[in-house]
Write a protein that binds this ligand. Sequence first.
Ligand code: UDP
Ligand code: MG
Length: 328
Amino acid sequence: MYYNLDLVDISIVVPCYNEELNLDYLFKEIESVLSTLKMTYEIICINDGSTDHTLNCLIEHHHRNPRIKIVNLSRNFGKEIALSAGIDYTTGAAVIPIDADLQDPPELIHQLVAKWREGYDVVNATRRSRQGESWLKRFSANAFYQTIGKMSRVPIPHNTGDFRLLDRRAVEAIKKMPERTRFMKGLFAWVGFKQTSILFDRKPRYQGKTKWNYWKLWNFALDGIFSFSFLPLKIWSYIGLLISFLSFLYATILVIRTIVYGIDVPGYASLMVGILFLGGIQLLILGLIGEYIGRIYEEVKGRPLYFVRDAHGFESKIIQKNSNTKIE
Ligand code: UDP
Ligand code: MG
């Protein structure tokens, strides 16, 4: 819980993991956009356990422009948690999460703010195109959005990353969600409020390499599906029902056949197929239940979401409850 009397109009939240090559250009772009907007602002950068000079670079920028603030996490927690940490520290009337690699064009902030001024609480930035991404990435992203769209009870906007504008109302709602599996775009959608979208062309990365490989993306997709849908659990009751019904029919046929024609020993193939098929299905369901149990285990442990090593730019006006965070 944070108290801050030093409120601003807009908080930009930038999760940074090994982004030293992008920061100079990023701040130049963001600052030029924000200066034309004539609003007070802060740029909260989360150093997510970078192993390069990202932190030093951020500190230099903080000395140059004190509105650039730094939350330095104790290790790499991953983008979703870095973003949650940044959101916790914001004081702005509106919050805009943005990637450090300039894939989310800062000039779009104008349009986001315009929609916000029209009265929307959440303004999503939806990708019209994905430049610099392979067909496999586009195909898998599309398949993912289709699947989760069908399974999740809340509609999760397609082709929409974390780049968006959130009114303080939505931010406070998101901060109340304590879950450890933080599929942020799901959480952003889940809170509801008055939402709208604008379209943009997503650019390739400015410098550096993406931190996501297909294995990470696959697990990210599973996180999204398992934390926003019970369907993978429920569907097996119906499949089980169907299999029981078919088994009953087959059993009836076997009984009648045995009564009419007597005992018929052959049947090795059907027996094996039946056993292997059911064994396979049972293992699959066990794995599925395991996915949910693993997530329940994560939740009940109740560990804090992240630890902050130090923070720069948050003056003594901020009091963080139950924390021994060093604030400079
Ligand atoms: N990021 C992070 N922690 C991580 C991985 C990524 O804070 O463990 C940040 C990264 O610095 C960038 C944003 O998340 O600002 C998006 O990462 P990336 O560009 O690698 O993802 P992509 O755009 O390929 O989805
Ligand atoms: Mg990127």
